[in-house]
Design a protein around this ligand. Structure first.
Ligand SMILES: Nc1ncnc2c1ncn2[C@@H]1O[C@H](COP(=O)(O)OP(=O)(O)OP(=O)(O)O)[C@@H](O)[C@H]1O
Length: 295
Protein backbone atom coordinates (compact mmCIF):
# COMPACT_ATOMS: atom_id res chain seq x y z
CA UNK A 1 0.00 0.00 0.00
CA UNK A 2 1.36 3.44 -0.82
CA UNK A 3 1.56 5.98 1.98
CA UNK A 4 -0.53 8.54 0.15
CA UNK A 5 -3.47 6.17 -0.44
CA UNK A 6 -3.55 4.87 3.14
CA UNK A 7 -3.26 8.34 4.64
CA UNK A 8 -5.78 10.04 2.37
CA UNK A 9 -8.41 7.29 2.84
CA UNK A 10 -8.16 7.08 6.63
CA UNK A 11 -11.47 6.12 8.22
CA UNK A 12 -13.11 4.83 5.04
CA UNK A 13 -15.01 1.48 5.02
CA UNK A 14 -13.14 -1.82 4.63
CA UNK A 15 -14.05 -2.11 0.94
CA UNK A 16 -15.01 0.76 -1.33
CA UNK A 17 -16.11 0.11 -4.90
CA UNK A 18 -16.44 3.36 -6.76
CA UNK A 19 -17.94 3.84 -10.24
CA UNK A 20 -16.56 0.47 -11.30
CA UNK A 21 -16.60 -0.50 -14.96
CA UNK A 22 -15.72 -4.02 -16.13
CA UNK A 23 -15.54 -4.89 -19.81
CA UNK A 24 -14.94 -8.36 -21.19
CA UNK A 25 -12.96 -8.24 -24.43
CA UNK A 26 -14.61 -8.95 -27.79
CA UNK A 27 -14.49 -12.66 -28.51
CA UNK A 28 -16.15 -15.12 -30.93
CA UNK A 29 -19.57 -13.86 -32.02
CA UNK A 30 -19.13 -10.73 -29.87
CA UNK A 31 -17.49 -8.11 -32.07
CA UNK A 32 -17.45 -5.43 -29.35
CA UNK A 33 -16.21 -5.60 -25.76
CA UNK A 34 -19.06 -6.42 -23.38
CA UNK A 35 -19.66 -3.98 -20.54
CA UNK A 36 -20.72 -6.23 -17.64
CA UNK A 37 -20.49 -3.54 -14.92
CA UNK A 38 -21.52 0.00 -15.80
CA UNK A 39 -20.35 2.27 -12.99
CA UNK A 40 -21.07 0.30 -9.82
CA UNK A 41 -20.56 1.91 -6.39
CA UNK A 42 -20.98 0.11 -3.07
CA UNK A 43 -19.01 -0.16 0.15
CA UNK A 44 -18.68 -2.71 2.95
CA UNK A 45 -17.77 -1.83 6.51
CA UNK A 46 -15.69 -4.07 8.78
CA UNK A 47 -17.91 -6.85 10.18
CA UNK A 48 -20.80 -6.03 7.84
CA UNK A 49 -22.67 -8.31 5.45
CA UNK A 50 -23.71 -6.69 2.17
CA UNK A 51 -26.03 -8.85 0.09
CA UNK A 52 -25.87 -8.58 -3.69
CA UNK A 53 -28.94 -9.82 -5.53
CA UNK A 54 -30.04 -9.89 -9.15
CA UNK A 55 -31.08 -12.30 -11.85
CA UNK A 56 -28.72 -14.53 -13.76
CA UNK A 57 -26.40 -12.49 -16.00
CA UNK A 58 -26.88 -9.21 -14.09
CA UNK A 59 -23.17 -9.04 -13.17
CA UNK A 60 -23.03 -10.33 -9.57
CA UNK A 61 -20.19 -12.81 -10.07
CA UNK A 62 -18.28 -10.23 -12.10
CA UNK A 63 -18.44 -7.84 -9.14
CA UNK A 64 -17.25 -10.59 -6.78
CA UNK A 65 -14.39 -11.35 -9.15
CA UNK A 66 -13.44 -7.68 -9.29
CA UNK A 67 -13.09 -7.71 -5.48
CA UNK A 68 -10.76 -10.70 -5.84
CA UNK A 69 -8.72 -8.81 -8.45
CA UNK A 70 -9.83 -11.23 -11.18
CA UNK A 71 -11.99 -9.09 -13.47
CA UNK A 72 -10.95 -6.89 -16.43
CA UNK A 73 -11.51 -3.52 -14.75
CA UNK A 74 -11.56 -0.65 -17.26
CA UNK A 75 -12.79 2.19 -15.08
CA UNK A 76 -13.44 3.28 -11.50
CA UNK A 77 -11.80 1.70 -8.49
CA UNK A 78 -11.89 -1.11 -5.94
CA UNK A 79 -10.16 -0.16 -2.70
CA UNK A 80 -9.55 -2.50 0.21
CA UNK A 81 -8.40 -0.74 3.38
CA UNK A 82 -7.46 2.22 1.19
CA UNK A 83 -5.39 0.17 -1.25
CA UNK A 84 -6.39 -0.02 -4.93
CA UNK A 85 -6.86 -3.72 -5.74
CA UNK A 86 -8.54 -3.55 -9.13
CA UNK A 87 -5.31 -4.10 -11.08
CA UNK A 88 -3.04 -6.29 -8.97
CA UNK A 89 -0.21 -8.50 -10.16
CA UNK A 90 -0.61 -12.21 -9.41
CA UNK A 91 1.93 -11.91 -6.59
CA UNK A 92 0.12 -8.98 -4.96
CA UNK A 93 -3.15 -10.86 -5.31
CA UNK A 94 -1.71 -13.85 -3.52
CA UNK A 95 -0.53 -11.61 -0.68
CA UNK A 96 -4.03 -10.20 -0.35
CA UNK A 97 -5.53 -13.68 0.01
CA UNK A 98 -4.77 -13.56 3.76
CA UNK A 99 -7.34 -10.81 4.01
CA UNK A 100 -9.90 -11.54 1.30
CA UNK A 101 -11.19 -15.08 0.78
CA UNK A 102 -13.94 -16.69 -1.28
CA UNK A 103 -16.56 -19.42 -0.93
CA UNK A 104 -17.94 -20.66 -4.24
CA UNK A 105 -21.31 -22.09 -5.19
CA UNK A 106 -20.41 -25.66 -5.98
CA UNK A 107 -19.34 -27.69 -2.95
CA UNK A 108 -18.50 -30.63 -5.24
CA UNK A 109 -15.92 -28.99 -7.49
CA UNK A 110 -14.41 -26.51 -5.04
CA UNK A 111 -12.53 -29.12 -2.95
CA UNK A 112 -9.60 -31.17 -4.25
CA UNK A 113 -10.98 -34.75 -4.22
CA UNK A 114 -7.59 -36.34 -3.55
CA UNK A 115 -6.70 -34.30 -0.44
CA UNK A 116 -7.95 -35.18 3.04
CA UNK A 117 -9.82 -32.44 4.87
CA UNK A 118 -6.78 -31.88 7.08
CA UNK A 119 -4.56 -31.40 4.00
CA UNK A 120 -7.13 -29.05 2.45
CA UNK A 121 -7.39 -26.87 5.54
CA UNK A 122 -3.67 -26.98 6.31
CA UNK A 123 -2.59 -25.88 2.82
CA UNK A 124 -2.92 -22.10 3.40
CA UNK A 125 -1.37 -22.52 6.86
CA UNK A 126 1.63 -24.36 5.38
CA UNK A 127 2.15 -21.52 2.87
CA UNK A 128 2.31 -19.19 5.89
CA UNK A 129 4.98 -21.51 7.37
CA UNK A 130 2.91 -22.52 10.39
CA UNK A 131 4.48 -25.44 12.33
CA UNK A 132 2.88 -28.90 11.95
CA UNK A 133 1.69 -28.89 15.59
CA UNK A 134 0.09 -25.42 15.36
CA UNK A 135 -1.45 -26.28 12.00
CA UNK A 136 -3.01 -29.45 13.38
CA UNK A 137 -4.46 -27.48 16.31
CA UNK A 138 -5.81 -24.81 13.95
CA UNK A 139 -7.45 -27.46 11.72
CA UNK A 140 -9.30 -28.92 14.77
CA UNK A 141 -10.42 -25.44 15.80
CA UNK A 142 -11.69 -24.69 12.25
CA UNK A 143 -13.64 -27.96 12.09
CA UNK A 144 -15.20 -27.18 15.44
CA UNK A 145 -16.06 -23.65 14.27
CA UNK A 146 -18.02 -24.99 11.28
CA UNK A 147 -19.74 -27.75 13.27
CA UNK A 148 -17.83 -30.80 12.01
CA UNK A 149 -16.28 -33.50 14.23
CA UNK A 150 -12.49 -33.55 14.54
CA UNK A 151 -12.30 -37.04 12.94
CA UNK A 152 -13.46 -35.37 9.70
CA UNK A 153 -9.82 -34.30 9.32
CA UNK A 154 -8.68 -37.72 8.05
CA UNK A 155 -11.45 -38.22 5.53
CA UNK A 156 -11.80 -37.31 1.84
CA UNK A 157 -14.36 -34.84 0.39
CA UNK A 158 -16.38 -37.65 -1.27
CA UNK A 159 -17.33 -38.93 2.20
CA UNK A 160 -19.32 -35.74 2.92
CA UNK A 161 -22.71 -34.40 1.89
CA UNK A 162 -23.10 -31.13 -0.06
CA UNK A 163 -23.86 -29.16 3.12
CA UNK A 164 -20.88 -30.66 4.94
CA UNK A 165 -18.61 -29.90 1.99
CA UNK A 166 -19.77 -26.31 2.07
CA UNK A 167 -18.85 -26.23 5.77
CA UNK A 168 -15.37 -27.47 4.82
CA UNK A 169 -15.11 -24.76 2.13
CA UNK A 170 -16.10 -22.18 4.76
CA UNK A 171 -13.48 -23.56 7.17
CA UNK A 172 -10.86 -23.27 4.43
CA UNK A 173 -11.87 -19.66 3.76
CA UNK A 174 -11.53 -18.92 7.49
CA UNK A 175 -8.13 -20.59 7.88
CA UNK A 176 -6.11 -17.37 7.64
CA UNK A 177 -8.66 -15.25 9.55
CA UNK A 178 -9.59 -12.99 6.60
CA UNK A 179 -11.35 -9.66 7.06
CA UNK A 180 -13.64 -10.14 4.05
CA UNK A 181 -15.15 -13.21 2.40
CA UNK A 182 -16.77 -13.06 -1.03
CA UNK A 183 -19.58 -15.63 -0.86
CA UNK A 184 -20.68 -16.41 -4.43
CA UNK A 185 -24.07 -18.19 -4.26
CA UNK A 186 -22.73 -20.40 -1.45
CA UNK A 187 -26.07 -22.06 -0.64
CA UNK A 188 -27.70 -22.26 -4.10
CA UNK A 189 -26.65 -25.86 -4.65
CA UNK A 190 -28.08 -27.03 -1.31
CA UNK A 191 -31.59 -28.20 -0.41
CA UNK A 192 -33.76 -25.79 1.61
CA UNK A 193 -33.18 -27.17 5.12
CA UNK A 194 -29.42 -27.46 4.54
CA UNK A 195 -29.45 -23.90 3.16
CA UNK A 196 -30.97 -22.63 6.42
CA UNK A 197 -28.35 -24.40 8.54
CA UNK A 198 -25.44 -23.14 6.43
CA UNK A 199 -26.85 -19.58 6.50
CA UNK A 200 -27.03 -19.81 10.30
CA UNK A 201 -23.42 -20.91 10.29
CA UNK A 202 -22.39 -17.85 8.21
CA UNK A 203 -24.23 -15.66 10.71
CA UNK A 204 -22.65 -17.31 13.79
CA UNK A 205 -19.18 -17.04 12.26
CA UNK A 206 -19.67 -13.38 11.54
CA UNK A 207 -20.75 -12.73 15.11
CA UNK A 208 -17.81 -14.71 16.45
CA UNK A 209 -15.04 -13.41 14.20
CA UNK A 210 -16.25 -10.03 12.90
CA UNK A 211 -15.49 -11.04 9.30
CA UNK A 212 -17.31 -9.00 6.60
CA UNK A 213 -19.19 -10.66 3.70
CA UNK A 214 -20.07 -9.70 0.18
CA UNK A 215 -22.91 -12.21 -0.11
CA UNK A 216 -23.98 -12.89 -3.69
CA UNK A 217 -27.29 -14.61 -4.41
CA UNK A 218 -30.09 -14.57 -6.96
CA UNK A 219 -32.49 -15.20 -4.05
CA UNK A 220 -33.80 -12.27 -1.98
CA UNK A 221 -34.90 -14.62 0.83
CA UNK A 222 -31.32 -15.89 1.20
CA UNK A 223 -29.70 -12.45 1.46
CA UNK A 224 -32.47 -11.22 3.78
CA UNK A 225 -31.37 -13.81 6.32
CA UNK A 226 -28.04 -12.22 7.06
CA UNK A 227 -27.45 -8.96 5.18
CA UNK A 228 -27.17 -5.65 6.98
CA UNK A 229 -27.47 -3.88 3.63
CA UNK A 230 -28.57 -5.16 0.25
CA UNK A 231 -27.61 -4.01 -3.26
CA UNK A 232 -29.79 -4.98 -6.20
CA UNK A 233 -28.12 -5.41 -9.56
CA UNK A 234 -29.81 -5.18 -12.93
CA UNK A 235 -27.97 -5.30 -16.26
CA UNK A 236 -24.64 -4.33 -14.69
CA UNK A 237 -25.99 -1.46 -12.57
CA UNK A 238 -27.03 -1.12 -8.94
CA UNK A 239 -30.68 -0.04 -9.06
CA UNK A 240 -31.35 -0.11 -5.30
CA UNK A 241 -29.03 -0.15 -2.30
CA UNK A 242 -29.92 0.25 1.33
CA UNK A 243 -31.03 -1.29 4.61
CA UNK A 244 -31.39 -5.08 4.26
CA UNK A 245 -34.85 -5.38 5.85
CA UNK A 246 -36.24 -2.47 3.85
CA UNK A 247 -34.89 -3.60 0.46
CA UNK A 248 -35.97 -7.23 0.94
CA UNK A 249 -39.46 -6.53 2.32
CA UNK A 250 -40.57 -3.11 1.05
CA UNK A 251 -38.36 -2.20 -1.92
CA UNK A 252 -38.63 1.10 -3.80
CA UNK A 253 -37.39 0.05 -7.23
CA UNK A 254 -39.83 -1.76 -9.60
CA UNK A 255 -37.16 -4.33 -10.50
CA UNK A 256 -36.66 -5.27 -6.81
CA UNK A 257 -40.44 -5.38 -6.37
CA UNK A 258 -40.59 -7.88 -9.25
CA UNK A 259 -37.80 -9.98 -7.72
CA UNK A 260 -39.65 -10.03 -4.40
CA UNK A 261 -42.96 -11.01 -5.95
CA UNK A 262 -41.28 -13.71 -8.04
CA UNK A 263 -39.81 -15.39 -4.93
CA UNK A 264 -41.84 -18.49 -3.97
CA UNK A 265 -43.52 -18.59 -0.55
CA UNK A 266 -44.60 -21.84 1.17
CA UNK A 267 -48.22 -20.76 1.82
CA UNK A 268 -50.36 -21.38 -1.35
CA UNK A 269 -52.85 -18.59 -0.51
CA UNK A 270 -50.07 -16.03 -0.04
CA UNK A 271 -48.42 -17.41 -3.18
CA UNK A 272 -51.61 -16.77 -5.17
CA UNK A 273 -51.85 -13.23 -3.71
CA UNK A 274 -48.25 -12.64 -4.78
CA UNK A 275 -48.98 -13.81 -8.32
CA UNK A 276 -51.93 -11.38 -8.51
CA UNK A 277 -49.77 -8.53 -7.08
CA UNK A 278 -47.08 -9.35 -9.61
CA UNK A 279 -49.54 -9.29 -12.51
CA UNK A 280 -50.90 -5.92 -11.34
CA UNK A 281 -47.38 -4.51 -10.96
CA UNK A 282 -46.35 -5.68 -14.44
CA UNK A 283 -49.54 -4.25 -15.95
CA UNK A 284 -49.07 -0.85 -14.27
CA UNK A 285 -45.41 -0.74 -15.33
CA UNK A 286 -46.40 -1.61 -18.88
CA UNK A 287 -49.02 1.17 -18.85
CA UNK A 288 -46.46 3.68 -17.56
CA UNK A 289 -44.02 2.64 -20.30
CA UNK A 290 -46.72 3.03 -22.96
CA UNK A 291 -47.69 6.46 -21.65
CA UNK A 292 -44.04 7.50 -21.66
CA UNK A 293 -43.78 6.28 -25.27
CA UNK A 294 -40.95 3.97 -24.27
CA UNK A 295 -42.38 0.92 -26.07
N1 LIG B 1 -15.35 -14.28 -19.02
C1 LIG B 1 -16.36 -13.66 -19.63
N2 LIG B 1 -16.24 -13.26 -20.92
C2 LIG B 1 -17.26 -12.62 -21.53
N3 LIG B 1 -18.44 -12.31 -20.96
C3 LIG B 1 -18.62 -12.70 -19.68
C4 LIG B 1 -17.59 -13.39 -18.95
N4 LIG B 1 -18.06 -13.65 -17.69
C5 LIG B 1 -19.32 -13.13 -17.64
N5 LIG B 1 -19.65 -12.58 -18.83
C6 LIG B 1 -20.91 -11.91 -19.14
O1 LIG B 1 -21.10 -10.85 -18.20
C7 LIG B 1 -22.47 -10.79 -17.81
C8 LIG B 1 -22.55 -10.90 -16.30
O2 LIG B 1 -22.15 -12.22 -15.93
P1 LIG B 1 -22.04 -12.65 -14.39
O3 LIG B 1 -21.60 -14.08 -14.36
O4 LIG B 1 -21.25 -11.65 -13.65
O5 LIG B 1 -23.59 -12.54 -13.95
P2 LIG B 1 -24.32 -13.18 -12.69
O6 LIG B 1 -25.30 -12.17 -12.25
O7 LIG B 1 -23.31 -13.63 -11.70
O8 LIG B 1 -25.06 -14.42 -13.32
P3 LIG B 1 -25.17 -15.92 -12.75
O9 LIG B 1 -25.98 -15.82 -11.50
O10 LIG B 1 -25.85 -16.66 -13.86
O11 LIG B 1 -23.76 -16.37 -12.52
C9 LIG B 1 -23.21 -11.91 -18.53
O12 LIG B 1 -23.84 -11.39 -19.67
C10 LIG B 1 -22.10 -12.86 -18.94
O13 LIG B 1 -22.40 -13.53 -20.16
Amino acid sequence: MTESTSASRAGEPLLVIDDLVVEYPAKGFRKQPFRALKGVSIDIKAGECVGLVGESGSGKTTLGRAVLGLAPVTGGSVRFKGQEIGHLSRKARRALSDEIQVVFQDPYSSLNPSLTIEQTLAEPLRVKKMSAADSSKRVRKLLDQVGLPSDAADRLPREFSGGQRQRIAIARALALSPELIVCDEPVSALDLSTQARVLDLFKDIQEETGVAYLFVSHDLAVVRHLSHRVAVMYHGEIVEYGDGDKVTSDPDHPYTQRLLLAAPVPDPIRQEQRRADRRRLLESQREMELQAGAV
